[in-house]
Each structure stands twice: as structure tokens, then as C-alpha cells.
Design a protein around this ligand. Sequence first.
Ligand code: GLC
Length: 567
Amino acid sequence: MISSQMGDRDQAIMDALPEAPVTPAADALEGWRSGVVYQVYPRSFSDTDGDGVGDLAGILDHLDYLNDGSPDSLGIDAIWLSPIYPSAGFDSGYDVSDYSAIDRIFGTLSDFERLVAEAHRRGIRVILDLVLNHTSHLHPWFVESRASRTGLRSDWYIWRDPAGYSPAGRPRRPNNWVSFFGGPAWTWDATREQFYLHTFLPQQPDLNWRNPAVRAAVLEIIRTWLDRGVDGFRFDVFNAFFKHADLPSNPYRLGGRRAYSRQVHLYDKNQPELVELLAEIRQIVDELPGRMTVGELFEGSVRQAAAYTAPGHLIFDFSLIRQPWSARAFARAIAEREAAFGPGGWPTIVLSNHDQSRSASRYDDGPHGDARVKVAATLLLTLRGTPFLYYGEEIGLRDVAVPWAEIQDPAARRSRFLSSWWNRDQARAPMPWGLGPNAGFSTARPWLRMSPESATRNVASQTADPRSVLSYYRRLIWLRRSRSALSVGSYEAVGIGDASVFAYLRRAADQAALVVLGFGRRAVTVALPESPSGRPWRAILSTHDPLPPAGDRLELRPLEAVIFVDD
Ligand code: GLC
């Protein structure tokens, strides 16, 4: 079980581990604070049926890798699955055509039930991605809605008459709103002779959340999946569900590369009705203990994130993703988050996801290989908040360049004409597991190209290497599981007197941990603050070998992260 190459560092962690893995906290919701969530992008995780696309059986095959109860596994507490429902495929599953079923490409409902049962057997919870701002244009609701102005579902989407006609007889759009993916947010429908609204693609019409029938239908979907045993939901672009009832034009602002950023989004999202809707959703979710929800804050501030956070309900804000590689920048961003959330609020920690350039690429610093990746891992897993780890992040997977002819991301394909857009395929490369065709991902040609590093940067080779990013993640996550100061503890920034170092103290009732993160290329000597217990700080994990000696001074090596305890 435990690698025979175990060094001092590993021994220190093993000493710190309790006899048995820590199970989620007794208070079921508290478990969502201490736990680590792992985002699976199902298309890219593991393909078992040989069609080049990942599937549910592939996820099942790797549950032991994610957590088999031993520190040889990654040790995560929950998986969030990007959408697995039937979809017309215009936005890689974020255009759902049936919310209650499983897309054939991923498997069947019984595959899903098996996955949930097997995940639960290992103490892994399952979170589904619900895309409720919009449906696919091929969803029967929209097909019916666009058929007539008087039908049963005519008011299920946001339809508007034109704001007059041009001299040439062309209908004018109801307001100035633009799509996040480029172009206007309104598409003309010749049958109804009206426009419909779409915050994203024309193939993703926005639901009318002000219609009680829509609300009831969606809440029913939530109940269906709860009945099938899921433990929580991620709500896609949660803060965009409601638009201002009168649909006024947004004010313009200067700057911004894309038309979307040249508007102040006063009226097309963040409407007050959201708070009451959240309460209604939570009521349903809370009928079962320990169910969580997390809302994706679509282009919002840290303060908005804090305001929408509620018991059992977390919010993704992407402020940390935007930070450059700088101790000061992170310290400042975290100070802002801590101020917004306050000690009672609970943020999320996200450095990567399926929409953004991977953190290992953003921080890539060629000559230093994975040194920054390990410092970033330490940050992700020791800040105050629930960490969300994106598949592949644990092996330092980089973005993969995808030539134009192979681009799948519709927003990127459109961008040539409508807006500049970062091709999200780059962050969605198939997971390299080890040897074999396509690094063990699939026997067929993968739906997206593999990373050119797959032969060397993969799960098997990193498992065998105690100094790999993966081995470091495993140690870090199991250490976090064993120390409540690191998971649920309070946070306090520590001034350490060097601009290239970011340090903070985490404290729970009876224990403390000091985290020191070196962002710089130079070695520096820093003075450690006095420990709460008065005993000298003792290093229990470092990105470097050997562990620094105990004491009140630390000779921090270039790009070194160290975790100290004082017990
Ligand atoms: C969210 C998803 C993204 C998707 C968009 C529209 O931002 O994360 O992948 O394209 O919503 O559903």
C-alpha cells in the first residue's frame, strides 16, 4: 500500500494521519466545507466502449483512483459531473434536450445508478451539473414554445415582439443585449414573428423563470435526481436565471475586447428574485440531509458571490483564476474574499475548470517544470473554502493546442466571425492514464487530441514517482483530511516580510497550521511568527526534499511551499 520509496516527508504525513481516514464531518453540511470536490468532464475522462468519448463506465473504473479509502488514492470527497443528459451537442452538453435521462454516448440510467452506488460505497458523493438558464432549442419545451404564440408552453421562454421594423421591413431587436458567445442575444423566429432571448448560443434559448409552470417543471427535475440518489447540484450560470421583467437595454461601458464586456449587465442577470428562488430550491434539497448546491457566478464580483452563498449553497467565483503568478496578487485577492465573506461565510477555491485555461498552463514557467504547479496545489488545498479540483489538475496537465480544423467548442468556431474567444477545447484534453493507445484513455481516436506529453505525464508514471505532482497532491489531500485546521479552520494572513512569499495561519479549536508559499525564484530567509501553542513550528509537508528543520526561521528554497504545525 504505502510506497517503499517513502522518505522523511511521507513519514511525517503518515504520522500525522489518523488510524482510519476521516469520514465526512458528523454535521452533514459541514462535510461540504471540509471536503474536496473533483470535477469530471465525462467526455474526456475514460472511454470504455471504444467510441473515443468518455463514459459513465469509465468514471466507474476509476473510482478507486479517486478514493479507495487509502492514502494511495487521491482522497477526494465528491465528484461533480459536467452534463451527462441527452444534448443536441451545440455546447458540449450545456444544451440539454432531456433533463431526466442520460445521453446514450455516456451510457444508460442503470450505468448511472451503478456509478452512484459504487461512489457511495467509497464515501464519494455525486454532484450533477444542472443547466437551467436555458435548454437546447431541440428540447420538446422549446419546440412546442416556438410553434405558436398561444400554445401550452408559449410563455416558457423569453419571447418579445420586435421594437418596430426598419424601412426595409427588418424586425428590430427588443433591446441591446448581446450573447456571451458573440452576436445579439435575440434571434428572430419566423413562425411566431417574435424574437427569443439567448444569453449563449441561438441553440440555447433562455427559460422564462418568471413563469410558475417553468419553475414547477424544473423543481420536479431536481426531485427526480435527488430520488435517484445524487448528493448535490452545480447550477450553471446561476445568477443569469432572472432578467429584469421589463427587459430594459443595458448601459454601455468603455473598454473590453468583446461586445459582451462593453455593457454593464444591469438587467440581464443578478436580479433580486434569485434569492427567493434559491430558498425554494434549498427547501427541496434540504428534505434530505447533507445535500449541497453550488451556483456558478457568471461574470460576477466576490461580493456578489458572498451575497448569494447560503447554508449548504456555495458559489463559484473565479477571482483566483484571474490572478497572475504573484504572492502579492494572491494575498490581495484573498484579503478581498475574506472581507467579502467574513469569518462565517464559506467561499470556494477554484483554479481550473472546463471553461478556462488550465492553471498549470497559466502558471507555466518552462525551466521550473512543475514547481509552480505544486505551490498552486498547496494554495488550492489549504486556503479557507471548499476546493474544486479539475480532472488532470492533479497531474499538472497543460492546455493542449487544437488546430482550427479540429475545434469542437462552438463558441470558438463562431469567434472567427463574431468575437474573439479562447478555444475551451484546450482545457478539455482526454485524461492520460498510462500506457496503451491514447495513454489508456480510449482504443479509438479520442474526440479531442491527447496532450503531446501523455507518454510521460500520466497517472501511471506519476504514481510510480514519489516526487511527481500526483504524489504531492495525494499527500496534500490526505494531510488536509487529517487536520481540521487545514480544512475548516479560520484564516489569518501572516506578514512574513518578503514580497515573494504569501503566508497564512489556519486555526481550528485545538490545532494550528502555518502555510508558507514561495512564489519567487530566489531562496529567501524569513522569520516565522510565534505559534499559537508556543511550541516551535514543525514542517509536515514541503514541495521540496528534505523537510525544513523546526525553528523560528525558515530558509525557503525557490518556489517552495511548506506546511507547519505546532503540536
Ligand atoms: C457555463 C458553462 C459553460 C457553458 C455556459 C453555457 O459557463 O460552464 O461551459 O458554455 O455556461 O451553458
